[in-house]
Design a protein around this ligand. Structure first.
Ligand code: BES
Ligand code: MN
Ligand code: ZN
Length: 495
């Protein structure tokens, strides 16, 4: 998909479909600008008939029989005074969905003036790209339909948007990669397959890669991570990718929870716990590997980024973890496993200890960690836990720019009593109330307190059951764009 800005008026543009954003309450003046394409009396009649007033998400398609344009899709943007970049994203995605499969060349005309040109270009370009991704890998007879080949952002300044537009493709490829990892079923995306995906990234983009096998993890004393992997016939794979610019001033570690399937273990997921969805329990690692793909292509300067995934399956066999087992993590802390379904934090514990040994300037982990976070924030907002205000505001800003929802949650230290064990140093689960907070507090036990660290619970956001336009039903690729925005910001800021 070729995206570009063109310094043209609507009436100079030619292509198959034009998507036009219409502001509510200003219909008359906007109709005027189409004069040369459609007769204004006809257009206002059509708007009247359809009761189209430019309200948010309203849409109206008009086919044209003559002239350079086949069809115009009008999409409502709501009132000018409330206009947000998110409205442009939504409108672009509504328009894209209308033409997907039929037309090759799209023009988009929005009231750009209200926005910084490069932010508007990224938002709209990403929205078109991300709304048109279709995963046909598992169809026996994939029906490839016409894909959108060319998108022109009509009336946007070419120079001012050049850089932003060049970044759309690398960023969206990272999101697509993350979505594909999440959608892949657990008999396809195994820990071994995940390590192969990392190998492919490393060789395609010249990244450093280290994969620790089970024995090497044992040598590192990763007893918490390995305890989870024990119940599976598949070997664990500890993945460590590294991107480094020539002059690296900042060192960052991104960690993703990588459970290619979570059955719950002996605390088996029963009833409404959605065991059949648990292929997406590697959503954190998908975001991290997706970000690795984007970053490797964008090549930001002044930064070294490590991508870490302690991948395995949580299964049941004769050597699986028993509820009640006591295991020892690589920092020497002992953990009573009072629930085998709280496995993510066990794998992350050893990944965090490993990350700290790299002595980074910051660590961020993403994990589909708790059902409690889904209950608290739903599927559009991830939970953010950190003691570091600076890191919190950096990540919040990066997420906002991406249009990804995030909300800072309390690191309530007094709740630590909930994960106290009477026999070991810790137990892996606390009481049900505040379950996402005790999960974060558990992770904190494995991070050096002098390293800024943030934990992001994406249990709700990594998957969507409803079609959200820019996020069609299924894997969302949540987090990739936030992470990339954050890394880009860091690379531009001298340390
Ligand atoms: N992978 C799940 C969390 C999850 C639940 C993700 C629903 C997406 C949707 C995690 O491993 C888990 O099972 N957590 C338990 C923790 C509990 C045993 C303390 C949970 O949230 O129920
Ligand atoms: Mn679990
Ligand atoms: Zn899990």
């Amino acid at each position: 998909m070729q995206i570009s800005a063109v310094a043209k008026e609507i009436n100079e543009w030619s292509g198959s479909v034009l998507i036009c954003g219409i502001l509510e309450g200003r219909i008359e003046s906007q109709i005027n600008s189409f004069k040369t394409i459609i007769k204004d009396s006809y257009l206002s009649q059509r708007f009247n008939d359809a009761k189209f007033e430019g309200q948010k998400s309203q849409k109206l398609s008009i086919e044209l029989n003559e002239g350079k344009i086949k069809k115009i899709i009008f999409v409502g943007l709501g009132k000018a005074e409330n206009l947000q970049v998110e409205d442009l994203r939504k409108a672009a995605s509504i328009g894209t969905r209308q033409v997907l499969g039929y037309e090759k060349k799209l023009g988009i005309s929005f009231p750009w003036d209200a926005f910084d040109p490069s932010s508007a270009a990224s938002a709209v370009g990403e929205a078109v790209r991300l709304s048109s991704i279709k995963d046909l890998r598992f169809k026996s007879e994939p029906k490839e339909s016409t894909s959108i080949e060319e998108v022109e952002l009509i009336g946007l300044n070419v120079k001012a948007t050049e850089l932003a537009i060049a970044e759309i493709n690398p960023i969206c490829e990272g999101v697509k990669f993350a979505r594909e990892l999440v959608s892949a079923p657990p008999n396809f995306l195994t820990p071994y397959q995940m390590s192969k995906e990392a190998e492919k990234l490393a060789s395609d983009y010249d990244l450093d890669l280290k994969i620790l096998n089970k024995q090497e993890c044992e040598d590192q004393g990763m007893g918490a991570y390995l305890a989870v992997a024990k119940g599976s016939d598949l070997d664990p794979k500890f993945i460590h990718l590294k991107y480094s610019s020539k002059t690296a001033k900042n060192k960052i570690v991104l960690i993703g929870k990588g459970l290619t399937f979570d059955s719950g273990g002996y605390n088996l997921k029963v009833g409404a716990s959605q065991i059949e969805k648990m292929k997406y329990d590697m959503g954190g690692s998908a975001s991290v590997l997706g970000a690795a793909r984007s970053i490797a292509e964008l090549k930001p300067s002044n930064i070294e980024v490590h991508f870490i995934v302690a991948s395995c399956e949580n299964m049941i066999n004769g050597s699986a973890l028993h509820p009640g087992d006591i295991v020892k993590a690589s920092n020497g802390k002992t953990i009573e496993v009072n629930n085998t379904d709280a496995e993510g934090r066990l794998t992350l514990a050893d990944a965090l200890v490993y990350a700290c040994k790299l002595e980074p300037n910051a660590i961020v982990d993403l994990a589909t960690l708790t059902g409690a976070c889904v209950i608290a924030l739903g599927d559009e907002i991830a939970g953010l836990w950190t003691d570091d205000d600076k890191l919190s505001s950096q990540l919040t800003k990066a997420a906002a720019k991406a249009g990804e929802g995030i909300w800072r949650m309390p690191m309530q230290d007094s709740y630590k009593s909930g994960i106290k064990s009477s026999i070991a140093d810790l137990q892996n689960t606390g009481p049900r109330p505040g379950g996402s907070i005790t999960a974060a507090l558990f992770l904190k036990e494995f991070v050096n307190s002098n390293i800024p660290w943030a934990h992001i619970d994406i249990a709700g956001t990594c998957w969507t059951e409803k079609d959200r336009g820019i996020n069609p039903k299924g894997a969302t690729g949540y987090g990739v764009r936030m992470l990339v925005n954050w890394i880009k910001d860091l690379s531009q800021k001298p340390n």
